[in-house]
Design a protein around this ligand. Structure first.
Ligand code: 13P
Ligand code: SF4
Length: 308
């Protein structure tokens, strides 16, 4: 089957199976083509919560599909490849966070959405890269905060809000590959291009950037900015989305010390063939134990309330 036939097959199955297809901004172009909605973690959470279809096929990574299940437990949530994980999510386990909580029972735990449902169930409020500043600013001033698990996002929030926090020592293996040196070379080539970075990047990269924001917020920034060319410092799938939304501008993917174009191996696990298989055979269903689901819902709901 060629790509176009595969896309037609997905669209046909989507109707037959009464499915909603959600895709993250880092997904390949052909996956973005067949999705009902493409966006960042926050936008995808809102869409998952509103879904009325019988099934949600999540073209993203495991924690995103779990979040969809927690927000809308009566839908069947399918992840086309169970190996679509996340290095950041893996950097904080339930047991480790439980141990921290035992030692620090009064600390307010703000947890990045890139975590397992079990870790979320131990948290006070969830955040995404789009609303992390807002969320931390809403935490009562008399509470100490632990920010879990991305130390780079946490450090950026700390700098922006002036709020001191304990930072969990986790990181995204893709975003920490960008360096000040690799950006400097690009900036010399494109001196007028603003540098647009994701907050999961390290401090030197963030400080060199014109703006630091979530993947979806990058679209608004590049649309409104008068520049014609932008250097984009995040996973390369974002370039597809930007080119589609803003076809008259140019987007340069930032290089890293090791490669010309940074790709998340977990996001790229999702392919059209796997989406077809997922729809045909209802695989792989994401289940979250009821107790965890109920507990994790509370801090996610808190996030949705605090972020509007
Ligand atoms: P966004 O919510 O900004 O899309 O980020 C998700 C992510 O996994 C970044 O690596
Ligand atoms: Fe996780 Fe990084 Fe991939 Fe985002 S890019 S899903 S944070 S490993």
């Amino acid at each position: 089957m060629g790509i176009d036939e595969k896309k037609e097959r997905v669209l046909k199955l989507k109707k037959e199976k009464n499915a909603l297809i959600l895709a993250h901004n880092y997904q390949e172009a052909e996956i973005q083509d067949i999705a009902d909605y493409v966006g960042d973690s926050l936008g995808l959470s809102f869409k998952a919560r509103e879904a009325t279809q019988e099934r949600i096929v999540f073209c993203g990574v495991h924690f995103m599909a779990e979040t969809a299940k927690i927000l809308n437990p009566n839908r069947k949530v399918l992840l086309p490849d169970l190996e679509a994980g996340c290095s950041l999510s893996d950097s904080c386990s339930y047991e480790e966070l439980l141990e921290y909580k035992r030692k620090n029972p009064d600390t307010f735990i703000v947890t990045y959405v890139n975590t397992s449902a079990a870790v979320k169930s131990l948290s006070d409020c969830i955040c995404t890269s789009a609303n992390a500043l807002k969320i931390v600013q809403k935490v009562p001033l008399d509470r100490n905060i632990l920010f879990v698990p991305d130390q780079n996002l946490g450090e950026w929030v700390q700098t922006k809000t002036g709020r001191q926090m304990d930072l969990w020592p986790g990181e995204c293996y893709v975003h920490v590959e960008f360096t000040y040196q690799s950006l400097l070379e690009l900036k010399n080539k494109f001196p007028d291009a603003p540098i647009v970075s994701h907050p999961e990047c390290e401090r030197a990269v963030r400080m060199f950037s014109d703006v630091v924001c979530s993947t979806e917020q990058m679209i608004g920034y590049c649309k409104d900015h008068p520049a014609q060319t932008f250097i984009i410092v995040t996973e390369a799938g974002m370039i597809t989305r930007l080119k589609r939304e803003i076809p008259n501008k140019e987007f340069i993917p930032a290089t890293t010390a090791r490669c010309a174009c940074a790709q998340c191996k977990f996001m790229k696990k999702i392919t059209l063939d796997k989406v077809i298989y997922s729809l045909e055979s209802d695989q792989y269903e994401i289940e979250v134990p009821l107790e965890i689901c109920k507990k994790a819902f509370i801090p996610i709901q808190q996030m949705l309330e605090w972020s509007v």
